[in-house]
Design a protein around this ligand. Sequence first.
Ligand SMILES: [Zn+2]
Ligand SMILES: [Zn+2]
Length: 401
Amino acid sequence: MLNQNYKENLINSINIFCKNINCSSCGGTYNYQTFTCEYCGSFNEELKESYLNISSIIPYLNKDNVDKEITLYLYKLANSSDIFNHVLEQLDLTKETNSIIKELESTSDYSDLDIKLLEGIFSNDIFLDIDNVLRDIILRNVVLRKNSLSKELIEKVINHLVLSDTRKISKDSRFYIRNLGENVEGLASHYHVYLDKEVMDNFYDKGDISIFYVLPHEMMHTYRTYLESKGIVTSIYDILALKEMLLREYNQGIYFNDKNYVKNLHEIEANAFSYHAGTNYLRSLGFEVSEENALSLSGVINNDLTRLDNPLREIEGELVNINDLFADFIKDKTALFYKYPQLNYEFKEENGCIVYKSKNELVDEMMFQNKDTNIEEFYLSLIKNANDRESIKDKNDTLKS
Ligand SMILES: [Zn+2]
Ligand SMILES: [Zn+2]
């Protein structure tokens, strides 16, 4: 029988071991004979000590002395590294872990041990891939005010909700709860999502559901960052969103005013996504949200999503077309042009200037694309724009001559 000291030692060692799996200086992997990094050669004392501790305890483990808590930590160990797999295989960790989770799903009257298990599950990235039933039951109970868990634990569950989606697009995704100040409910920066502390508090203290609209809004921003950084284009709208992002980044003074902020494509799409994702998630938990509430919680105005491809913005009292503004902006910025390969669909470099491709060039290129309906439609819109530009130019030339 394992005594309590062994158990604490094992859990502690697993935590330290998992934290040290990759070299902190170069990200490389370690050699488990010398405990030096295989790339930069640096030695890791913590890894060695925890490895030796775990190795000395593992031979004594069997189905009878591995309790639920140890099971979860061994599951974490087995999923973090395969160095101990040969000894862990006999313990059926996946099956045991699933049955622990299933058991937790069937209660809301948690014992002290249950709470320890929940903390283990929701504070660990390894469990991001488990089925979401347990998480959803817990959050549903918060809305219903039937919740007996601490705020710290509920924050971990929300963290889990955000990371299980954003980790799919980047391993750098993070989630923070912060005081964001008046009228700011959430923020997204790169792959980091921030939630205002008051929104979290209102959820925990009053079962306020606005959190389920704020989070998808910010998550949509991180997804847009992902599409833009990977150069992924599936529609004319992706190009428009990129142009708007670059115009805002480089012309903040004139462009980033309140009027345009609410009309900004990134905000409109985040609101639209929040409207659907928030309402659907709540529906999946068994709550119906009225159309009126869904509109106001998501910030969708008149539910008018057709504006997604509207290129008009008001700048200093004048209506301007983002496409025109961008063509003028990019013409002398070759470095920026090459940084975003998706701009290559519409523009090219000619004598050191970035200029529009002609309608004929676009028609030729379309022939060489994969027969994908999205890309075809995307090209058809580019060709239509080019056609409009060229016929206006022809008309002007005729008038001049
Ligand atoms: Zn290294
Ligand atoms: Zn936003």
